[in-house]
Design a protein around this ligand. Sequence first.
Ligand code: NDP
Length: 396
Amino acid sequence: MSTVLCVLYDDPVDGYPPEYARDEIPRISSYPGGQTTPGPHAIDFVPGQLLGCVSGELGLRPFLEGMGHTFVVTSDKDGPDSTFERELTEAEVVISQPFWPAYLTAERIAKAENLQLVITAGIGSDHVNLQAAIERGLTVAEISYSNSISVSEHVVMMILALVRNYIPSYQWVVKGGWNIADCVSRSYDLEGMTVGTVGAGRIGLAVLRRLRAFDVPLRYTERHRLPDEVERELGLTFHESAAAMVPHCDVVTINVPLYPQTEHLFDEQLISTMKRGSYIVNTARGKICDKDTIARALQSGQLAGYAGDVWFPQPPPEEHPWRSMPHHGMTPHISGSSLAAQARYAAGTREILECWFENRPIRDEYLIVEAGRLAGSGAHSYSAGDATRGSEAAGR
Ligand code: NDP
């Protein structure tokens, strides 16, 4: 029998919700491109309920305990005295969500002598030292597509929120004001602005499709260029690199995985080539941007706004500059953890566990690392290496 160690975010401060704002969530059976949504034999949760927090348990307890496995769920994930670090020595399977990542550094992987399977309940396995996972022969899998559309909706929302100055205007109302001039002195129309995405995979392409409706010029950069018919349909201009694209954009959205080549891609040099007053929306990974450069660029006016939901590390320490920099629209890491997304990635986690314990292959599109190499989606979108450096600051 195995120990399955699951790290989830804390329950709401007022406790696990007794009821929800809506009675149901839409049923979705496939994603754009035809990939089917997760299909486990069964689920033991009600779709639309909170599953990603400790009490939600991703709906896995009856299933795992029914098979005789030990299921440990905790939110205490950082530092050498954490429950996660203590339980890790026994665990055969570790599950965590990118929103509240259980950083699996090389040291922790070395300590986890029984570990065989690492599941990202969501998308983005950069909290795992993939190089160490490859060398140890671990299987790393994530629930690809489970929250890609959720994130793309969030990106469009954040672009509009920044450009139209929504958040400060909302705050004037909450403060009891009616300060129209204060609100509109930083408010623009998206109409006519050029928007570019770094990465046009599942999320990036979905963002482009949604923005097409705003009739704005669209640009993108990608490792593998999109088919001609997609470029024509969406009126896309392709660039070989982010460096070649960003000087032409008013708004840049970042939609690439974090791996050593994209770490700190948006540094002082790249941001200095952007138009003064550009906006960046980054829902990919915090570490793709240099945090101090972003804060300085907002202070100097080189950037007019920065929004996103991804930080490094997570949770960010109190002194993280993105909490206090001007003109930002940051939230905690939530865009891929809507109630609808949770239902999909909880079902996907169950599907992967069923495959694992029944000795059946895990879907190729869910695989990141297998048998000592990058595999499946991982082989396409990642490169080997380690992007976990600095994660110990999450313990502060
Ligand atoms: P995909 O793998 O579908 O798309 C990523 C795309 O980026 C791929 O098309 C890949 O190209 C491309 N790419 C990789 N490196 C580069 C590069 N250096 N320059 C240009 N393009 C590059 O992933 P998703 O769209 O589903 O997700 C993207 C990222 O978003 C995830 O890795 C994750 O970090 C983040 N994410 C955030 C969430 C949130 O809640 N905020 C939720 C889900 C994901 P190719 O495949 O051609 O090599």
